[in-house]
Design a protein around this ligand. Structure first.
Ligand code: MRU
Length: 348
């Protein structure tokens, strides 16, 4: 079996429902749940059953196509009105990962010139499937470009989960490791646990171990010491939104790792598809940062670990300024000079 097929698809279209891997239950249980309504899809995204920028977009696209397949609209105008309402509803699930809005807008645009309700329904389903199929290819390209930056024996630190289950397959930041494994290039991955909800400890280690990739888990506060003690050669992270100047929002803690990379004079890479870029925002200041429930911080695996009434600040993401990013790895190649100009060229 090819390496990447050791990790299951985290989302699957089944005509009348969507199946998703419940990422909250990993690694203790590998449970797939069925989403039968748009409310199920919204809820799965909000509660992190489905998480990771590209797969949030894919799931939302299927959710919109599923909802639209049931409209009893008598005219295309009525269909478009219902679609817009549902698009807005799904878009309200999470604010930071731009792939969500990108995928929903792509679906709306796909039916702009369509004149019959039936054709619109099949067009939406087709478009959602295309988004998933294209994402797999995109991630493999990111993996190819990313791998060109690493050498045999490198030790690479990553944060959160920007892996296969966060995308259609391969992942973004983890894609180079899958390709290295396929080609017998030894790389060592260090995964930062990623408080508060432990995507690194629960998800990155789970999927890399299944593929036989050498992965070592550390807690977040061990990063500086580990970079020094284990001679980490590079840091690689995914992204949730990249502004026009290259400033990058990703899981909380990423900015701190980029500062450490500068201190230790090692490269800090961001890996992301073009669907994660938001050239409409001039810089990272304009990226909306999601704040989540206090319980994610005061509880660990359902167990209270802090006084329940303590004040909590729980931002889910931070923004790494472009000057701390050595290169941005995309499916179209590696950006590493003047991000503003290179991003403008990519979207011209
Ligand atoms: O809150 P999450 O788990 O959805 O945050 C995910 C991340 O920050 C990932 O690094 C990012 O979405 C890239 S996934 C390929």
């Amino acid at each position: 079996m090819p390496i990447t097929e050791t990790v299951p698809h985290s989302v699957e279209w089944n005509e009348t429902y969507i199946t998703v891997l419940d990422q909250r239950k990993l690694p203790l249980e590998t449970i797939f749940v069925e989403l039968h309504s748009i409310k199920d899809v919204w809820d799965a995204i909000v509660t992190l059953k489905v998480r990771g920028a590209p797969v949030i977009g894919i799931t939302a696209a299927y959710g919109l196509a599923l909802a639209a397949s049931r409209y009893e609209a008598e005219s295309i105008e009525e269909f478009q009105q219902l679609l817009e309402k549902d698009r807005e509803y799904l878009a309200s699930s999470r604010p930071t990962a731009v792939n969500l809005f990108w995928a929903l807008n792509r679906l709306s645009t796909s039916v702009k010139g369509v004149t019959s309700v039936n054709e619109a329904k099949t067009t939406l389903i087709h478009e959602a499937i295309c988004i998933q199929v294209e994402d797999e290819d995109t991630c493999r390209q990111i993996g190819e470009h990313g791998l060109s930056l690493f050498s045999s024996g490198d030790k690479v630190l990553t944060i959160c989960n920007a892996g296969s289950i966060a995308t259609a397959r391969y992942g973004t930041a983890l894609a180079p490791f899958y390709l290295a494994k396929e080609r017998n290039i030894p790389l060592k991955v260090f995964a930062s646990e990623t408080r508060p909800v432990l995507q690194g400890a629960r998800l990155t280690t789970w999927e890399l171990l299944q593929a036989g990739i050498d992965v070592t888990l550390i807690t977040d506060n061990m990063a500086a010491h580990t970079i020094k003690a284990k001679e980490i050669s590079a840091i690689i992270a995914g992204a949730d939104r990249i502004a026009a100047n290259g400033d990058t929002a990703n899981k909380i803690g990423t900015f701190g790792l980029a500062v450490l990379a500068k201190h230790f004079d090692i490269p800090f890479y961001v890996a992301a598809p073009l669907s994660t870029f938001d050239p409409s925002l001039p810089n990272g200041e304009a990226i909306p940062i999601e704040e989540r429930k206090a319980e994610e911080v005061t509880r660990l695996n359902g167990i209270q670990i802090a006084p329940p009434d303590v004040h909590v600040f729980n931002p889910a993401f931070d923004v790494t300024p472009n000057e701390l990013i050595t290169a941005i790895i995309t499916e179209k190649g590696i950006l590493r000079e003047n991000y503003s100009e290179e991003i403008q060229q990519l979207f011209r």
